[in-house]
Design a protein around this ligand. Structure first.
Ligand SMILES: Cc1cc2nc3c(=O)[nH]c(=O)nc-3n(C[C@H](O)[C@H](O)[C@H](O)COP(=O)(O)O)c2cc1C
Length: 265
């Protein structure tokens, strides 16, 4: 049996995959993934659900427009409405996506190009809960492609020398998937062992921030730093307090075009 890759290796090899083989997920992989989902749900209070052998959510105009093909498995990322729901979904959803990668599976985050209506036939959110987005899942027909990245100086800020652990955290953060590959985040070294992570605006950037924080932790090592709170005024803005919802936010031609463009990178 081949040895399982570790989290860091999975982060390095993960790319969005939108086309899958018509192959059932191995029972051992399914069990392992289900255990990770249950652990994450318990830790976070989220309600993430694995759906297998269900092709309808990705059998829509939107999904084909987004270049998805043969998606038969997905993970619904849902939870109780709260100000930190989007960030939590990002953090724990990515933990599950990386576990899937370690198990030889491929994934793609999907906030827009799937049928929300069809997903709701299989999953009725409890009162006060909402579906934020889904993760397409399966054995990809390819491993995907590396995304283009903004530069270090655009994504982080450090006074003086950059500690090795911070650099490693940045390397993993730059590999994080973000909606439309926008990379609207900034990581700041605020003390010898403290880091502040901020979303700098843009659709779904709170989900992206959760994903980025998970990647940074894997790269930097939690033993080396702690997260610093973001000062209140820094998060204030036009959309302050109302995390952008997949239901209320996008839907415009512009967003669809951007999603489609990033699918064809
Ligand atoms: C929050 C979020 C939402 C996304 N929504 C969609 C989507 O609706 N349709 C799509 O084709 N890709 C979607 N993506 C995938 C991104 O386009 C992709 O992750 C990005 O281009 C970076 O590429 P990579 O994942 O290969 O690193 C989404 C990604 C994230 C993080």
């Amino acid at each position: 049996m081949t040895e399982m890759m570790n989290e860091r290796e999975a982060i390095e090899s993960r790319h969005a995959v939108r086309e899958y083989y018509d192959r059932k997920i191995e029972p051992e992989a399914l069990e392992d993934l289900q255990r990770e989902i249950s652990r994450c749900n318990e830790e976070s209070g989220l309600n993430m659900q694995l759906v297998t052998e269900e092709p309808r959510a990705f059998d829509s105009f939107m999904a084909h427009y987004g270049k998805f093909s043969n998606v038969r498995n997905y993970i619904i990322l849902a939870g109780k409405k709260s100000l930190d729901l989007q960030e939590k979904v990002g953090y724990y959803g990515e933990r599950v996506a990386i576990r899937a990668q370690m198990l030889g599976l491929n994934t793609c985050w999907v906030a827009l190009t799937f049928s929300r209506r069809k997903v709701k036939k299989f999953f009725r959110p409890a009162s006060g809960e909402k579906i934020v987005c889904v993760l397409a899942l399966g054995y990809g027909t390819s491993r995907g492609l590396s995304h283009k990245s903004r530069t270090h100086s655009e994504l982080c800020s450090v006074q003086g020398d950059m500690p090795v652990w911070f650099k490693e955290g940045m390397t993993c953060s730059m590999l994080a998937p973000t909606a439309m590959n926008q990379q609207k985040f900034r990581l700041t070294l605020t003390g010898p062992h403290s880091v502040r992570a901020e979303a700098t605006g843009g659709l779904y950037s709170k989900i992206d921030l959760g994903i980025v924080k998970y990647h940074f932790e894997v790269g930097a090592g939690l033993e080396n730093f702690q997260w610093d709170a973001v000062p209140e005024k820094k998060t204030a803005g036009k959309r302050s307090g109302t995390a952008i919802s997949a239901e209320s936010g996008p839907g415009s031609e512009e967003v669809l075009a951007a999603a489609s463009a990033s699918a064809g990178k």
